[in-house]
Design a protein around this ligand. Sequence first.
Ligand code: IMP
Length: 439
Amino acid sequence: MANLIVVGSQWGDEGKGKIVDLLASEARVIVRFQGGSNAGHTVITKRGTFIFHLVPSGILYRGKLCVLGNGVAIDPGGFLDELDGLSAQGLKVGRNLVISHRAHLIMPYHKAIDRAAEEAKGARRIGTTGRGIGPAYVDKMARIGIRVGDLLNPQAFKRKLQENLVEVNSLLRHIHKTNGFQVDKIYTEYMSYAKRLKGYIGDVPLLLEKAMKKADPILFEGAQGTHLDIDFGTYPYVTSSSSCAGGACIGTGVGPTKIDAVLGVTKAYTTRVGGGPFPTELTDDIGENLKAKGQEFGATTGRARRCGWFDALLLRHAVRVNGLTSLAVTKLDVLDGFKELKICNGYRYNGKLYREMPSDLEMLTKCTPVYERFPGWKSETSGMVSYKSLPIEAKRYLSRIEELTGCPIDMISTGSRREHTIVLKNPLGPIKKPSRSRK
Ligand code: IMP
């Protein structure tokens, strides 16, 4: 049994929630390592539809330990609302959930700064989720962040808050011309959260070490995607955390030698929410068709996602920077009925052909994608569970993705339900059910 990292290979929303949910049945511990409530995972089970923002979706199973590592930015009010929502849906959350005392808190002023900074950017706005993610990580790096553990020490919490509000209020009032915050109001609010949160706070590196000593399989659940990573994404149109596989070590306190495999989740096409370059974006009827068929609206903000063709350059970059060992391709069924499909395998910029993802924003914005064309398939793949039954055109399309990315496909998702999945090889280790042949 392996310790497996699952990351998004594109710009987020690849369907990691469903894949993690499926793999969680065989893991013992499920850990989030970065991001915050900017993420939104939808999991559809027989018990209903669950939307997760902070809580790992592994909570749906009994006997699993769910963990929020130090790399996660915790909005305590949102987190408690999420717990209340889950409990209203019949889920028990107690000792099966642990939050690192090293994780940083999202404060009300982070959200205010996030919104004000976006507004000030005008047309160059990033299109953030407005959840205060960027400003919270800014404070972490500036060494003025307030951590989950500070909730257990009211005096230290108040002192840090007082110190921070001096600068924050000056920024909000004088630069952004908006209202500031009062120490007492935030203090009272956060101390009420502390009462409910304290039972969940723990030492994450220690408990993960204990799990590894028992050979309990650990699933590291990434949020967002490779191209939203603060270092390897389409900077500055990125989120403010390390959403690549390396973030799993930094964001939990587990050393790289303990990781066995990295699974990259990718849609069979591409989507992106918010601003930033997107070379294969389709602004025509095909893009609208993908949006409608794929129900491409964000689980967090409800915003429509931009849609486009599959981009092999994005994926090759993801394979490289994450050390992907295999892929899970999701939403194959959304491509059912398309007459022709395209995969981008190069960018043309200023008369030159590029085969690998450039880091230069201008090139990414102005390049023209170079496509390979594929015949589509007429029959439905929706809900299929066997590779054998896939139309030959779909098999060719998937094989070409493997060739172009140099990475094998382990799983193919053909619908939103757990069972609508083709498992060629279980990335977490030996498969319970016999593997389906590819012939
Ligand atoms: P932030 O993470 O709210 O700061 O937003 C930065 C960028 O990341 C924006 O373009 C968001 O739309 C995008 N983003 C953040 N979280 C997600 C996600 O879970 N899925 C897709 N895009 C996201």
